[in-house]
Ligand binder design. Structure first.
Ligand code: HQG
Length: 181
């Protein structure tokens, strides 16, 4: 598929599998799943026809593994990043001792004051390595990389979840657990 078309379809899927399923007549099932047939039909009706092959290419070819099929391939979901209320049924997991968060200079004063907040998403997103965090931060300008003392947060009782694509999710990170790299 032409990369521009892949990006266009991927953005459409992100929008409706994370944020506005109802806008194309979908309801996310428990776990954030929707039927593949329902999704393809709804997309076509709403001006974005996607073939089964294109969908498979987006799911398997996405650099960030944004989407996943279920075991028998009949349902699809976004792995993380939702703003709609959904229980992704993620299991608590033990994170690496250090995690990273990439952000923008403009957010720093507030982050120093309040720590990392989940803002519009369900969780704060943390990266397993500094390079990934740099890329996340660079979406908003020159990136700032923060180091998160995940071991200390875990010891303090904070629950960590790992999304299917290697993003670590937490409710919040207080300023005491952050260091500016
Ligand atoms: C910042 C993309 C002010 C936070 C990426 C970030 C990632 C605060 C922004 C994934 C704050 C929220 C997630 C506070 C945090 N005051 N600003 N107290 N606490 N912030 O997009 O982590 O392409 O919701 O630093 O690659 O940037 O969607 O989160 O700048 O993996 O698959 O508030 O989204 O993946 O922004 O990105 P976001 P994020 P996808």
């Amino acid at each position: 598929m032409d990369p521009k078309q892949a990006t266009r379809l991927s953005k459409f899927l992100s929008l409706h599998l994370r944020h506005t399923p109802a806008a194309i007549g979908l309801t996310l099932q428990e776990g954030g799943w929707v039927g593949v047939t329902d999704l393809l039909a709804a997309s076509a009706v709403h001006g974005m026809p996607i073939s089964q092959d294109e969908l498979t290419e987006i799911v398997t070819g996405s650099d960030k593994q944004r989407f996943a099929f279920d075991a028998d391939g009949t349902r699809i979901r976004a792995q993380q990043g939702h703003s709609v209320e959904v229980d992704l049924q993620l299991l608590p997991a033990v994170p690496p001792a250090v995690l990273y968060h990439g952000t923008a200079p403009a957010a720093l004063p507030a982050i120093r004051r309040e720590g990392l907040q989940k803002m519009k998403r369900h969780h704060v997103h943390l990266s397993p390595d500094a390079e990934t965090a740099r890329r996340v931060g660079a979406r908003r300008g020159p990136p700032i990389i923060l180091t998160v003392d995940a071991a200390a947060l875990l010891a303090a009782g904070v629950v960590f979840y790992e999304s299917g694509n290697g993003v670590w999710l937490v409710e919040a990170v207080p300023p005491a657990y952050l260091r500016e790299a």
